[in-house]
Design a protein around this ligand. Structure first.
Ligand SMILES: C[S@@+](CC[C@H](N)C(=O)[O-])C[C@H]1O[C@@H](n2cnc3c(N)ncnc32)[C@H](O)[C@@H]1O
Length: 296
């Protein structure tokens, strides 16, 4: 059962650049597709509508709570299956399913509004423990990471993943606190070490950088980029939506390299961005950048 609260549309994630995704991703209505970050199934719903009944869509996510909701929402479609799996290890899943290649892969990186609105530590606007794991069945929470990381390494996380200029000062303040367990504790450490002006933005950068570190987001993306091409059929497509400049740069460079190796055609010379209307309707879409390509 989907909890009542999630049935309210405000708690559902609004999928980003749906028309662009469908246009670029689907080349064969009867093909096999992989949504590597299916979340609550926003894009997946539209993809399934565009595919024929004999097609297949595998939806993957590390968040088992989101997947349970997604499963419930899309249970009516025989073409769909969902899997608690990280997208970077999708070749293992294909092997289990007896699939050698797929016609298209979608990655919509980052986190969903459902996660942001939860009390799992992703947002400084909520209260709760500092968890931040997409997959709450494994790995270190943000609180554990903070406790086990030196001030210097913490500062590097804030600087590298959050582009936070006051990284050293904030990291020292975090380590000087008696203990950091909750969202409130981390906010207090930031409050003690930064000027009030633009503090909301500072908090957003600090929370984002910890989330990226906790979930090894960049390592997983690089790992995926290094291997996906072999699992696309010739003419098959990859579509990646990123919300962080570091991620977009990684995608851009890998696409360029694959083009040089004559394995790949880049379909988006420049990244596509949501229209002004979409940005107004869906604030979260503002930083989205979409890149797509096709296996030769
Ligand atoms: C922006 S949301 C996707 C929303 C989805 N496209 C929709 O329209 O509903 C990103 C999702 O990626 C998931 N995620 C992040 N890293 C992942 C990984 N390495 N493997 C699989 N899923 C991941 C998150 O748990 C989250 O549900």
């Amino acid at each position: 059962m989907i909890p009542d609260i999630l049935q309210e549309t405000s708690h559902f994630h609004i999928p980003v650049m749906v028309d662009e995704v469908l246009d670029l991703l689907i080349t064969d209505r009867q093909g096999i597709y992989l949504d590597g970050t299916v979340g609550l199934g926003g894009h997946a719903t539209y993809i399934l509508n565009a595919l024929s009944d004999s097609a297949r869509l595998l939806g993957l996510d590390r968040d088992e709570k989101a997947l349970a909701i997604c499963k419930e929402r899309l249970s009516g479609s025989g073409a769909f299956s969902c899997h608690h799996h990280s997208y970077n290890t999708f070749p293992l899943l294909l092997k289990q399913e007896g699939i050698t290649r797929v016609n298209g892969i979608l990655l919509d990186l980052g986190l969903s509004s459902y996660q942001l609105d939860s009390n799992r530590g992703f947002s400084f606007q909520n209260t709760g423990d500092l968890d931040m794991r997409f997959d709450s069945t494994t790995g270190q929470t943000a609180m554990q990471l903070i406790h086990q990381t030196s001030a210097d390494d913490l500062a590097d996380i804030f600087y590298n993943f959050g582009e936070e200029r006051l990284s050293r000062r904030i990291a020292k303040s975090v380590k000087d606190m008696d203990s950091i367990e909750s969202i409130e504790d981390l906010k207090e450490a930031v409050r003690r070490s930064t000027p009030p002006k633009n503090r909301q933005k500072t908090l957003a950068r600090i929370f984002q950088s910890l989330r990226i570190a906790v979930n090894s987001e960049l390592d997983r993306l690089q790992n995926f980029l290094d291997s996906f091409i072999e699992f696309l059929t010739p003419g098959g497509r990859i579509v990646i939506i990123s919300y962080h400049s570091l991620e977009d740069r990684m995608v851009k460079h890998r696409f360029k390299d694959l083009k040089k190796e004559k394995k790949f055609t880049v379909l988006t010379k420049k990244p596509l961005q949501p229209t002004k209307e979409e940005q107004t309707e869906n604030n979260r879409s503002r930083s989205a950048k979409l890149r797509a390509g096709e296996r030769i």
